[in-house]
Design a protein around this ligand. Structure first.
Ligand code: TYD
Length: 213
């Protein structure tokens, strides 16, 4: 479909994804590439508005199906406006969360199951990551880190939700071992970064993109 490379980062809340995304983007830039870094929910003007609705702690009455469809709507816009055009232009696109988040949070923790894959299949239309890094930390330690009193609506669901998410992610990684690399988030930041960079460089090489652009 495209000459670009699509990399996603996944994990439970507070697993250190954003630190690793920044480090990877800096390393790619230093190597002469020009990566596009984006995130979900959000990544577009419309997506950021949807994000505010989804994560607002005041929206306690939101049903699981509404939540799933709002994430998918934000994603459909993100794919059409940002991800697909940049991949078609040959860029490296790095997204903080993508479809696997919906499979884990809405499909697993919210127990909506297979419908989440169906709705999201329609939202992304074949635009799937080439490589995904799943940062796994013990749910309890992550929850202590994020428990600051200013949680968003999903974080406020607590430890049981984080555990169910972690379990759903674990199943996904088993199902797609060639795409998803599982990383122990308790390892030192530098060691995790080195491992991620090594995998990404190997991917770039396999696509004939060892250096620059
Ligand atoms: P965010 O502040 O971006 O969290 P994080 O830094 O952990 O990525 O908030 C996004 C929240 O939305 C997070 O709790 C995960 C959740 N989420 C879903 O439940 N389903 C989804 O499809 C996505 C993309 C995120």
């Amino acid at each position: 479909m495209s000459s670009g490379i699509f990399i996603t980062f996944e994990g439970t809340d507070g697993s250190g994804k954003s630190t690793q995304i920044t480090l990877l983007a800096d390393a790619l830039t230093a190597g002469g590439f020009d990566p596009v870094v984006t995130r979900e929910p959000g990544g577009t003007g419309i997506g950021e508005l949807i994000r505010a609705i989804i994560l607002d702690p005041a929206h306690r009455e939101m049903s699981a199906v509404t939540e799933m469809m709002l994430y998918a709507a934000s994603r459909a816009q993100h794919v059409d406006e940002v991800i697909r055009p940049n991949l078609e232009a040959g860029r490296i696109v790095i997204s903080d969360r993508f479809v696997d988040s919906s499979i884990a949070y809405q499909g697993g923790a919210r127990e909506l199951g297979g419908i989440v894959g169906e709705v999201n299949g329609y939202a992304v239309r074949e635009c799937m990551p080439d490589m995904t890094f799943l940062l796994c930390a013990a749910a309890d330690s992550v929850f202590t880190r994020i428990k600051t009193g200013s949680e968003d609506r999903i974080e406020a669901e607590g430890l049981a939700m984080q555990r169910a998410v972690a379990e759903a992610y674990r199943r996904l990684a088993e199902e797609y071992p060639e795409r998803i690399t599982v990383i122990d988030a308790s390892e030192p930041i530098g060691a995790i970064h080195a491992r991620i960079t090594e995998r990404v460089m190997a991917l770039l090489e396999s696509k004939g993109r060892a250096r620059g652009r």
